[in-house]
Structures are given as structure tokens and as C-alpha cells.
Write a protein that binds this ligand. Structure first.
Ligand code: HEM
Length: 526
């Protein structure tokens, strides 16, 4: 039998095949892709349930508009301007609107906002794929967690651990006394951050980090956490990017390696401290911290509330509790220093309390005493109104059955949010002077007006997801502000200069350089 030899393709045949492949790859495929993108964009812009809401053009067709804006680090300002231009509802991505109507946060985050759940933005914040109270998106799991974790955050518990906060305050004041003696100016932005970090170390993991004693950012930990936040908060807006950003290839980049090394060092310090604290559980000392209540709960429900859960919550508290409180402290001091008449007024209140014997100038001011200083309380609230530490939309998914917000119906599973920075500057609530630092509004307004303004304060979020750490932050701030002012007169080194701010979820600030003049002896620093 003769075997048939397949015909060898002619040169013309080969050219024809090449031409078809070329056309497919370089003509039809790009045309199809372009059509796909254009049709997708048209659908998003004109045929979405959110189409009727105004906003920047690019925001209606791609989420990269908001990523770009977030990346530029002033999203709070952009949103304030957009709401003042377009009104209370602004579309910020094809799938999301931000709502600035004053009643919106009460609906989305209030105690009756049962069907809402946290949006996909929160997923990016789970380290090692474990959820904590902050990023748990399942409402039922979250409330169980919150029940287990909650007692440690109660005001009565914080008061029992107040002496840990006092101890950190004493170290800060001692360092300031030294710097004042040496005639050195200080970067207040760094020092308050070291204070809040050391406090949260003492409370959550049973050990201070030692930033205050060292007077520097040990191992660049603060910097590393800032950089991690900076990256994560925009990656969180496009969760599918996480695997492109964090993978084996990018892990080989020298800058990423440097950051990972610092981060691992930080993590291993924290885990080591937590282990030590677990070992000390049965020791006789009376020192109380958050672990006291968490371990108590563990002993009652060892299966449901494990040491692994405690470890996750303790590390999460380091992230949630340090930057936020430092930002609020910076805002308090910055606004006071930029408004010297308000500074003098608070100084007078402190001096009068000392003269009346209500404050003993021999130690860090107690939380109880700080509550007797009405102007201090007004200053603290006003600073957080004008400069909320978290000035990014707290993303929520609407309940599956849909919901009415600000007079508009939204279908289920749409992303909605409000931004504290915008809500707090609503002129219909806070008045035409809403952009000004005016602590007097909390003292001189009628009681109806004060409670109306209070209802719209949103610096700690709201409802079942309201900040767990607000009592810790309040105690920390109310103690250290009058204590610093009792011993030192602060002035901005460059009064004309503005602070530098960067919003990466936490609306952080830097470049607050101050001079210190000691005005009273510090007994423990002499
Ligand atoms: C001035 C200081 C603080 C501010 C302005 C602040 C602000 C906030 C805000 C706005 C939320 C809600 C975020 C959202 O819904 O996405 C929140 C949640 C939370 N904060 Fe704070 N925070 C502060 C201090 C602290 C401290 C000191 C801790 C812990 C030690 C802490 C722990 C938490 C936790 C665990 C949550 C999650 C609560 C939940 O989802 O159930 N915060 N905080």
C-alpha cells in the first residue's frame, strides 16, 4: 500500500494563515475589547440604579477615579467640594454613592440600621486572613465577637487601668522637661503618636513599646505602619488588586522587603509581649489592662473565646488605637496654637482649677478631674468635629430588600457611605461658621442646639459598629492635654506655617513643630 504524504503548505497558504492570525489579534480582538469596554461604560453610566446621581464623569464608569483621588491623599476635601457642588448624594464609583444629608449617618450607621453590613473595602484589612471585630463583615459573627471583647473597653474598666495611662503621661512630661531645659523644639506630631502607641501597648498587649523613653521611632515601626496603611487603604478600594500588589514577585522588591522586615519585627514584638502577658496571667500583681478582661472571658468560655481570638483583637487594637488618637491630639493642639485666644482661655481654666485646688500640679491630671473642665471638653469635641481622625467613607452594603435614605430609595446590595469630615461641616447643622474652630459653640448654644449638633457628630462612627475604643481615646486625651499645658507653654515654632496632612483613611498630619517653656516644676523630673 502506498502511503499518502500530506501536501506541503504552499507559501501562499502560510501567508494566508499569518494574515488571519494577524487580523484576529491586532484588528478584531482590539475592536471587540474596545466595544466591551465602551458598552460596559455605557451600561454603568446610564443603566445603573445609581445613574441618576451626579458626580465626576469618570467616577460613574470606573472605580479608578476614587482610587486615584484617594491616592492623592485629600479625599475628604474632594468630597466636601463635590457635595457643596452637587448636593447631598454624589456617585463616587459605578457601584457606590456617598451621602452627606445630615440624617443619612443615622439611617446607615444608627442603632436601627440592622440590615446594613460592612462593604468589601474592609476585607483588605484582615491580616493573615483572620478577621477581628473591626473587619468582620458578617453581622451575626460580629455581634458575638463584640460581646466577648466588649468588657475590656467599658469606661469602668478603663478607669481601673488608668494608672497605665498615667505612667505613659509621666514619661512624656519628663522628656518634655528635658527638651525644654535643653532649649530644643519638638515635633509634637511624633511625640503624641509615641504617647498613644505606648499607651495602647500597655493596655492591649501588656507592655509599652518604649517610644517615649527612647524619644524616637524604634525600628521605624511607626513609619512602617503608616506606610502599610497608606498602601492598604487604596488597595482596599479595588480588592481584586490585592493579589497583584502582594505576591511572590513584588515581595522580592528591595523596598517591599525592607518594609516587610520592619513589619515582621513589629509583629514579633507584639506576639512576644502577648505570650509574656498570657504567662503572667496567674501572677500576683494587681496591674490591670485589657488582657485582664479578655483572659477572664477566655476562662469562662474557652471554646468560644480562644487565646487566638485574643491575640487577633490585641494586635488589631494597636492599629485601631494609636494613629486615631494621635490625630485627634494633634488636631487639639494645632487648632489651639493657631487660635492663641482659645489657647489662653483653656490655660486660664487649668490655672483656675489649680488655684482652687481641684488639680494638684504634682502628677498627671486624673480623668475624673479633667471632666470638671468644661472648656477642655468643648475644645476636644470641636477639634474632632473639624478634624475627625477617620475621614474616609465607612462603606456599607444596603440591606437586600432595599432602603430609603435621605428621601431616596436604594435597592439592596448597593454601596453607600458617609464621610465624617463632610457631615461635621454641614452648615445646616453646625451653622455658617461650620468651617471655623469654635469650642464656644458647645458651651454657649442652647441645650436643644447642642443636642442637635451632638446627634450629628460622627467621629467615632455609629450604631453596632461604633468605635469600641472611644473611652480609651477620651481618657487618654483628656488626661494629657491639661497635663502638658499645666507644665509647659507651647508655641508654634513657625506660626505662619500650616501643618501637612495626608488622608489614608486615617487623616494624619505632620510638621507641627513647637517650642516648650516650662512653667511649673515637674516633681518626677527634677
Ligand atoms: C480618637 C480616637 C479614635 C477615633 C476617632 C476612632 C474612630 C473610629 C471609627 C470612626 C470607627 C468606625 C469605623 C467604621 O465603621 O468603619 C472605629 C471603629 C473601631 N475602633 Fe476606633 N477610634 C479611635 C480610637 C480607638 C481606640 C483607642 C481603639 C482601641 C483600642 C479603637 C478600636 C476600634 C475598634 C475595635 C473598632 C471596630 C468596632 C466595630 O466594628 O465593632 N479605636 N473607630
Amino acid at each position: 500500500m502506498t502511503q499518502r504524504i500530506p501536501p506541503v503548505p504552499s507559501i501562499q497558504d502560510k501567508q494566508w494563515t499569518h494574515e488571519v492570525v494577524n487580523r484576529l489579534l491586532f484588528t478584531y480582538l482590539p475592536i471587540l475589547l474596545t466595544l466591551y469596554i465602551i458598552l460596559g461604560a455605557i451600561k454603568r453610566r446610564y443603566f445603573s440604579p445609581l445613574s441618576k446621581y451626579p458626580g465626576p464623569f469618570w467616577a460613574s464608569i470606573t472605580r479608578w477615579w476614587v482610587v486615584y483621588d484617594a491616592w492623592a491623599k485629600h479625599h475628604e476635601r474632594t468630597m466636601l467640594e463635590l457635595h457643596r457642588k452637587y448636593g447631598p448624594i454624589v456617585r463616587t464609583t459605578p457601584f457606590e454613592v456617598q451621602i452627606a444629608a445630615p440624617e443619612a449617618p443615622l439611617v446607615i450607621y444608627g442603632h436601627n440600621s440592622k440590615g446594613f453590613s460592612k462593604g468589601p473595602w474592609y476585607t483588605a484589612w484582615s491580616f493573615d486572613k483572620t478577621d477581628d471585630t473591626f473587619n468582620e463583615r458578617d453581622n451575626a459573627l460580629h455581634s458575638k465577637r463584640r460581646r466577648n471583647v466588649g468588657q475590656a473597653f467599658a469606661l469602668t474598666s478603663i478607669i481601673e487601668m488608668e494608672n497605665q495611662i498615667t505612667k505613659c503621661g509621666e514619661t512624656l512630661i519628663k522628656q518634655f522637661a528635658r527638651l525644654a531645659r535643653e532649649g530644643k523644639s519638638v515635633m509634637l506630631d511624633d511625640w503624641v503618636h509615641w504617647y498613644t502607641f505606648d499607651v495602647i501597648g500597655e493596655l492591649a498587649i501588656g507592655k509599652e513599646f518604649g517610644f517615649l523613653k527612647k524619644g524616637s521611632d524604634i525600628n521605624d515601626w511607626v513609619l512602617t505602619i503608616d506606610e502599610t496603611n497608606e498602601l492598604l487603604y487604596w488597595v482596599a478600594l479595588v480588592p481584586y488588586m490585592r493579589k497583584w500588589i502582594f505576591n511572590r514577585v513584588t515581595a522580592m522588591l528591595p523596598s517591599v522587603q525592607k518594609q516587610s522586615r520592619a513589619f515582621l519585627k513589629f509583629k514579633s514584638f507584639a506576639l512576644g509581649a502577648i505570650r509574656e502577658r498570657f504567662d503572667r496571667e496567674k501572677s500576683a500583681d494587681n496591674r490591670k489592662d485589657m488582657m485582664t478582661w479578655w483572659l477572664d472571658q477566655h476562662n469562662k468560655k474557652p471554646e468560644e473565646w480562644t487565646k487566638a481570638h485574643i491575640t487577633v483583637e490585641a494586635t488589631a487594637a494597636l492599629f485601631a488605637g494609636s494613629d486615631t488618637t494621635a490625630i485627634a491630639l494633634r488636631a487639639i493642639f494645632y487648632f489651639l496654637l493657631k487660635n492663641p485666644e482659645k489657647y489662653t482661655k483653656l490655660q486660664r481654666e487649668i490655672d483656675e482649677a489649680i488655684a482652687a485646688g481641684r488639680i494638684q500640679p504634682t502628677d498627671v491630671v486624673s480623668f475624673e478631674t479633667s471632666n470638671t473642665l468644661p472648656y477642655l471638653l468643648a475644645v476636644t469635641k470641636e477639634a474632632m468635629r473639624l478634624w475627625p481622625s477617620v475621614a474616609f467613607p465607612y462603606q456599607r452594603l444596603t440591606p437586600p430588600e432595599g432602603v430609603e435614605i435621605a428621601g431616596e430609595y436604594f435597592p439592596g446590595n448597593v454601596l453607600v457611605s458617609s464621610n465624617a469630615f463632610v457631615i461635621h461641616r454641614d452648615r445646616s447643622v453646625f451653622g455658617e461658621d461650620a468651617d471655623e474652630f469654635l469650642p464656644e459653640r458647645w458651651i454657649e448654644s442652647s441645650s436643644e442646639k447642642v443636642s442637635y449638633m451632638n446627634k450629628h457628630m460622627f467621629q467615632f462612627g455609629g450604631g453596632s459598629r461604633t468605635c469600641l475604643g472611644k473611652n480609651i481615646a477620651t481618657v487618654e486625651m483628656q488626661k494629657i492635654v491639661p497635663t502638658i499645658m499645666m507644665y509647659f507653654k507651647l508655641e508654634l515654632k513657625y506660626p505662619e506655617k500650616e501643618w501637612t496632612t495626608m488622608n489614608h483613611n486615617f487623616n494624619t498630619q505632620k510638621d507641627i513643630e513647637v517650642t516648650l517653656e516650662q512653667i511649673r516644676p515637674v516633681p518626677w523630673a527634677e
